[in-house]
Design a protein around this ligand. Structure first.
Ligand SMILES: NC(=O)c1ccc[n+]([C@@H]2O[C@H](COP(=O)([O-])OP(=O)(O)OC[C@H]3O[C@@H](n4cnc5c(N)ncnc54)[C@H](O)[C@@H]3O)[C@@H](O)[C@H]2O)c1
Length: 375
């Protein structure tokens, strides 16, 4: 596919889904507008749609968005006075709806930035990637933690040989969720409407980082369990897995939303030089930082700054977590806007976002069958 530069001038954006993560996208596009305005490269969020048309109207009015619709189809059909519609759609709807929204937008020639997980099954993800490729529209998927400077520092240390080739990885995602997190939102917690539990919704961010560092996974052996939230969910609240990579590297994963108080997230990578780095997010929603760096004869703890002060609440509520992620949504939206304008590739493409989905679905399959899954 030959990439073509996107529209010049002000990009018009429509957001699908006016729920919890909507505000991160809105604020990120508004920051992109500030960055490009003086050079005529602004970004305007012109429309919001939600299957709850009342919510679309109310949220749009509250945030100064000019047009509200009750469906993606109506939003894609909208034309301004100059006859132009939206150039970009941000997909902030529940996971199983991503495919329909993305493929409809691609068919309309609209560039797509979709929330994670790309989909809840691989066939849907492949169809989404194919639809965007056929329509020659850019397709990006939100994994905003890749934009942490600390996450990028580890990637750079792999690329420049400081860590060498990664040989061992560990990903620990030990989070807290209140029962209401699952009971208050109808689509959370069932296989059909959520596609999975802690791995599909929270763990996928960190599985993405693990595979970004260690490369292609060739074998997964996993187990899942539902220990604390079973009254409200049929999916897993906890999972463990071992992963083997094409390079020969090995990794372990454990993840849970049954941990009180939350221990946050740690990702540890050891390279062929023997050097290791630990990336931590604690409390959940705080910016990732490298808090252990071990190379040669030296071990530096907290080179990124002080550790989390004691006495603060680790069980951070969801609105606070989402709000704290805005800078990193901003970074990824800026990257995506640039890809649309230049015809380049977004940092996290649909193909790239499919890799973490493939890994976590293999954990589910392995847990069901009792045998490792080999790709
Ligand atoms: N990147 C992150 O860190 C992050 C954080 C939170 C949520 N998310 C992702 O964002 C997505 C939405 O999550 P949320 O917490 O905002 O959910 P939510 O339930 O708060 O909001 C979803 C909204 O989408 C609307 N909707 C449902 N189907 C629709 C359709 N077909 N067309 C238009 N609107 C539709 C719903 O009415 C609702 O208002 C999920 O895929 C989730 O994984 C990502």
């Amino acid at each position: 596919m030959t990439a073509e530069a996107g529209p010049a001038g002000v990009l018009r954006v429509g957001i699908a889904g006016g729920g919890a993560i909507f505000r991160n996208h809105l604020e990120a596009y508004r920051a992109a507008h500030e960055a490009g305005r003086d050079t005529g490269q602004g970004v305007e969020v012109v429309a919001l749609c939600d299957i709850d048309a009342g919510r679309a109207a109310q949220v749009a009015a509250a945030h100064g968005i000019g047009h509200a619709f009750g469906s993606v189809t109506e939003m894609l059909a909208w034309r301004g006075a100059d006859g132009r519609g939206i150039d970009v759609i941000s997909v902030c709807t529940p996971h199983p709806t991503h495919e329909a929204v993305v493929t409809e937008a691609a068919a309309a020639g609209v560039h797509v930035l979709c929330e994670k997980p790309i989909a809840i099954d691989l066939a849907a993800a492949d169809r989404m990637v194919a639809a965007c490729r056929e329509a020659s529209v850019r397709f990006g998927v939100l994994f905003q933690r890749r934009f942490w400077p600390a996450a990028q520092r580890i990637r750079a240390a792999i690329d420049d040989g400081t860590l060498g080739t990664p040989i061992l990885g560990h990903c620990s995602v030990l989070l807290h969720r209140e029962p209401e997190y699952y009971s208050a939102t109808a689509w959370r917690g069932t296989w059909a409407s959520d596609g999975g539990g802690v791995l599909m919704t929270q763990g996928i961010h960190y599985i993405d980082l693990l595979q970004w560092y260690l490369g292609e996974v060739v074998e997964v052996h996993g187990h899942t369990g539902t220990f604390v939230h079973g009254e409200h969910i049929e999916v897993e609240d906890s999972a463990v897995a071992t992963l083997r990579f094409a390079s020969g590297a090995l990794a372990t994963l454990h993840a849970s939303t049954a941990v009180t108080p939350s221990l946050g997230v740690q990702i540890r990578i050891t390279g062929s030089t023997g050097a290791s780095a630990q990336l931590s997010e604690f409390p959940e929603g705080s910016d990732g930082r490298v808090d252990v760096w071990a190379a040669g004869q030296r071990v530096a703890t907290s080179p990124d700054g002080p550790t989390w002060p004691s006495g603060l609440e680790p069980n951070v509520d969801l609105a606070t977590i989402n709000g704290a992620l805005i800078p990193w949504h901003r970074a990824q939206v800026a990257d995506f806007v640039d890809a649309v304008r230049t015809g380049g590739s977004p940092a996290v493409t649909g193909e790239e976002a499919t890799k973490s989905l493939r890994i976590l679905l293999a954990v589910y399959e392995s847990s069901r069958t009792g045998v490792p899954v080999r790709f």
